[in-house]
Design a protein around this ligand. Structure first.
Ligand code: FAD
Ligand code: NAP
Length: 572
């Protein structure tokens, strides 16, 4: 007897392997997308996930010190009062194990696991135009078919291990932070080398230093960091979080980057030097990403940014006792927050330990990895037992480009994005009908506290699919014109800020050799982005081409992206 899929809430049963929707990825995005399609629309849906559990980012990134830079009460789903009421965070910034527990709780509470197939890596997705269906193949050779394909593969899920000569000859252990062993790594007494001083590296250094015999930090680009001031949540704070859910929701939905605090309206030069200094000291004491909110114009005025950057560099010189090390750490070449600004617990202080050394790769670059360690250009060799690659990700476009996705007329995603990713709203790609991307390039995603854009994207996609089904529409995809307009708008928004000035950042794809340099996230602000998406729907899905229904929008080119009432504040 042919097996059939049990079908959510009353949809038609389908042959084995056939679904209304296939979702790739079981992180924040994929879990909520499954809930919406299955439990709200009653579709048959299946999530395919490489890992053997839910969690996404928080499944993979188990390195020492891994924790959030979003405050816990905002790093949550806000669509369900029950979920908010039933979960309680314990720290201002939750650590990786707690976020994993949270996502497991959500998956169990919403009974999602029964429609997630774990240990299943998607290899290829091919659109069949005659059938109007997506065929999905896994690494293990399984085959699935669906009408809608939703990529929830994440922005930071494709690890970037630099191809340093000799890497494979290393006789010690090496690990990338984004694929960390589940049973941990024992650093006791070992000589550890860590490459990378981004958000990850800055979190890992203080914790690794606690047990390593010797830790050598290889820094190519010096980075700012502000103390997180993490700590346990008091009972009063927990009560406040529970009682103020509606207010918190209102704030995270209305601020440019969806964090639970408002950005000051004061510009750096609105106040005199003493007051400016006092505001920065206060923000430094408050800590975390709230530091960035102390002035309104940090990312739109270079002169203003210079003031704050100088303050932060002086803090490094105050903390780090060895002068040469302090200068190397403070020798930062980009504006503050032009990269996602790291926050830390004792990062700079850790360089005062006897067992920690900084190597400034700007002065003496890595030449190769040897069987015994890392050799620098000067010929100096640092003997190592363990190398930690805190070297980041092939971000935003990387995870989807690692799948063989083929759309209409044999167009591959690799061809469509050969000069950089091109999407409409970060949600769809021209030539790939009925394929949706949650937090795709061109969405505000990584410039935000991400659960907020994720919820918005997932709800937009769900509403779109509901609309299609109600109106007998068989396909949706953006027009090339609409994509062109959106890409131009994404660039315009970025160019109004200092973000592109961090020339080596992953926002630009500059961290991966050979990757086209295109500013990928939408810097126009989450609130404005939400208003744009709503406006486009109100105008009958302006910019999208829909087939099969009556009187649908036929790819009109949006004139601009200035919906009424949307704040023109950069989303940074
Ligand atoms: P992910 O969590 O990345 O999930 C994608 C899933 O897709 C993964 O499980 C992956 O295995 C799966 N997948 C990918 N390709 C395939 C395939 N071919 N086949 C099958 N499965 C596949 N954001 C914040 O807002 N605040 C923070 O504090 C914060 N901290 C972060 C810390 C780290 C270390 C990192 C790396 C990211 C952080 N982020 C943070 C961003 C974080 O990625 C998002 O907040 C969020 O977790 C993304 O959820 P997602 O479901 O979209 O993607
Ligand atoms: P990243 O910001 O891209 O940093 C990678 C680091 O590795 C950089 O210092 C980079 O130097 C260095 N590097 C890369 N290749 C190198 C090479 N060949 N030789 C020497 N150095 C090399 O990556 P990440 O730190 O993993 O962070 C990525 C994003 O994840 C963050 O921006 C953030 O959005 C998220 N994240 C958040 C948190 C949090 O606090 N919640 C924690 C971790 C990650 P260059 O700068 O010179 O390229």
């Amino acid at each position: 007897m042919a097996m059939t899929n049990r079908d959510g809430n009353g949809g038609e049963a389908k042959p084995d392997g056939e679904f209304d929707a296939l979702i790739i990825g079981a992180g924040f995005s994929g879990l909520y997308q499954l809930h919406c399609l299955r439990d709200r629309l009653g579709l048959s849906a299946r999530v395919l996930e490489t890992a053997d559990d839910v969690g996404g980012t928080w499944y993979w990134n188990r390195y020492p010190g891994a924790r959030c830079d979003s405050e816990s009460h905002s790093y949550s789903y806000y669509f369900s009062k029950e979920l908010l009421d039933e979960w309680e965070w314990t720290e201002r910034y939750p650590a990786q194990p707690e976020i994993m527990r949270y996502l497991r709780f959500v998956a169990d509470r919403l009974d999602l696991r029964r429609d997630i197939q774990f240990e299943t890596k998607v290899r290829a997705c091919t659109y069949d135009e005659a059938e109007n269906r997506w065929h999905v193949e896994t690494e293990a050779g399984e085959h699935f078919v669906a009408t809608y394909l939703i990529s929830a593969v994440g922005c930071l899920s494709a690890t970037n291990v630099p191809d340093i000569p000799g890497r494979d000859d290393f006789e010690g252990e090496w690990y990338h932070t984004g694929e960390w062993p589940h049973d941990g790594v024992d650093f006791h007494g070992k000589r550890v080398g860590q490459i990378g001083t981004g958000s990850t590296g800055i979190q890992a250094v203080p914790v690794i230093a606690e047990t390593a015999g010797q830790l050598t930090v290889f820094q190519r680009t010096a980075n700012y960091s502000v103390p997180a001031r993490n700590g346990p949540l008091t009972p009063e704070r927990k009560r406040w979080m529970r009682e103020k859910q509606d207010e918190i929701r209102e704030i995270i939905r209305s601020t440019p980057n969806a964090h639970p605090f408002r950005i000051s309206e004061t510009k750096v030069f609105d106040v005199d030097e003493d007051e400016r200094r006092a505001l920065m000291e206060k923000a430094w004491e408050t800590g975390g990403l709230r530091f960035r909110a102390c002035f309104q114009d940090l990312l739109t005025s270079k002169a203003s940014n210079d003031v704050v950057a100088a303050f932060l560099k002086d803090k490094i010189r105050e903390i780090v006792k060895d002068k040469e090390t302090a200068e190397a750490l403070a020798d930062i070449d980009h504006p503050y927050a032009a990269k996602r600004p790291p926050i830390d617990t004792n990062y700079f202080e850790t360089f005062n330990r006897d067992n920690v050394t900084l190597i400034n790769l700007r002065e003496d670059p890595i030449r190769r990895i040897t069987p015994r360690g890392i050799r620098l250009k000067s010929g100096r060799e640092i003997a190592l037992d363990v190398i930690v690659f805190a070297t980041g990700f092939d971000a935003m476009s990387g995870p989807l480009l690692r799948i063989d996705v083929t759309g209409r007329d044999g167009l591959t995603i690799q061809e469509a994005w050969s000069a950089g990713p091109r999407t409409y709203l970060g949600l769809q790609v021209a030539g790939f009908p009925n394929m949706f991307t949650v937090t795709g390039p061109g969405s505000p995603s990584v410039l935000c506290n991400m659960p907020v854009p994720i919820e918005q994207h997932v709800e937009w996609i769900t509403d779109c699919i509901a609309y299609m089904r109600k109106n007998g529409i068989s396909t949706i995809e953006p027009s090339e014109d609409a994509v062109e307009s959106w890409v131009a708008h994404v660039n315009d928004c970025a160019n109004k800020t200092l973000l592109p000035e961090a020339g080596h950042s992953w926002y630009l794809g500059a961290n991966v050799p050979g990757k086209p340099r295109v500013f990928m996230p939408y810097a126009g602000g989450m609130a404005r982005y939400r208003a744009i998406c709503e406006d486009i729907v109100a105008k009958g899905y302006e910019g999208f081409v829909m087939d099969g229904g009556e009187g649908q929008a036929a790819g009109t080119r949006p004139a601009d992206f200035t919906p009424a009432g949307a704040a023109d504040q950069p989303g940074v």
